[in-house]
Design a protein around this ligand. Structure first.
Ligand SMILES: [Zn+2]
Length: 303
């Protein structure tokens, strides 16, 4: 069951007051409370907590829940400098803004849910659940993170496609998780390196493969990192390379593999080490290759 985050009894009713009072009444009702003696700090705390609880705002909303909170310190000091009922003004403004956030259909209603801390040691994969999942009969008995790692390998071995993209091939390298290295078909691991990013030509190899079939022999790639000295696991079919110019810093003078395919068990695996940043990914040639890599890994066809 989902439960909303609850605050201590000392403040919860006041938070609910800010959440639930109709926007047309919030100023008058808050003024009543301030006149009745609720102090500025308590009211501002409740106002801030009300916004925090509605924090799951839609992504387009400017600044999310931040702006009613950002001014809290200044508002508290401002209240201290004002006299009489003028002191209520900044508080009223804050409460009204929080109330608006919560009641405006664009920004709310959203409620922050309460979750217990994630305890990975308890994620035991039961035999029955495991068999029910894929029917392969291969049972994962490990726990926690190890269970996730096992399940990952098992999924790929069992035929799920895998695309290892750019620096993903450096994961689990120190110390080396050998099965992961095999599953992603090698790559950067811990021996890989590159010089400064630069524009270079990517060439299709002669290998016959659904991913590269029908694609142009080469393309001029935009500025990108060129991975060098990649691990290429046995059985890998190199689909594209790029020449590393030895006159450039750290250049190797070799055709460096940049896209290759392999199998891990029944799973189709592609490694594509291109695409360091969004500028590199914006290259339509890169996109065409990547699209075909993903299609092939997922379906065995690239059309
Ligand atoms: Zn990179």
């Amino acid at each position: 069951m989902h439960a909303r985050v609850q605050y201590p009894e000392s403040i919860e009713p006041l938070v609910q007051f800010i959440e639930q009072t109709p926007p047309g009444e919030i100023l008058d009702r808050t003024l009543e409370k301030l006149r009745a003696g609720i102090d500025a700090k308590t009211m501002l705390t409740a106002s801030a907590l009300a916004v925090v609880r509605s924090a799951d705002l839609p992504p387009g909303h400017h600044g999310g829940p931040l702006h009613p909170l950002a001014g809290l310190h200044a508002i508290t000091n401002l209240v201290g400098r004002l006299e009489g009922e003028d002191r209520f003004l900044p508080i009223l403004q804050h409460v009204a803004l929080s109330n608006k956030h919560i009641n405006d259909p664009v920004t709310s209603p959203f409620s922050l849910l309460e979750f217990g801390p994630l305890d990975t040691s308890g994620t035991d994969v039961s035999r029955a659940a495991d068999l029910a999942n894929d029917g392969s009969g291969e049972i994962v008995t490990s726990k926690g993170v190890e269970a996730n790692k096992e399940a990952f390998l098992k999924a790929v071995r069992g035929g799920k496609g895998l695309v290892a993209y750019h620096f993903a091939s450096a994961a689990f390298a120190r110390p080396n998780w050998e099965e992961y290295e095999k599953a992603v078909a090698g790559g950067w691991r811990s021996q890989g390196y590159h010089g400064p990013a630069h524009a270079y030509t990517v060439k299709k190899t002669d290998a016959k493969h659904p991913i590269s079939e029908g694609l142009p022999e080469k393309f001029d790639h935009v500025v990108d990192e060129l991975y060098q000295n990649s691990v290429i696991t046995p059985g890998s079919v190199i689909l594209a390379t790029a020449y590393s110019d030895p006159s450039k810093p750290r250049g190797t003078g070799k055709d460096e593999p940049v896209i290759w395919a392999n199998r891990y068990g029944q799973g189709r695996v592609v490694e594509n080490v291109l695409g360091h940043d969004t500028k590199a990914m914006a290259d339509p040639n890169y996109q065409q290759w990547m699209r075909r890599c993903v299609l092939w890994a997922a379906t065995g066809k690239a059309e």
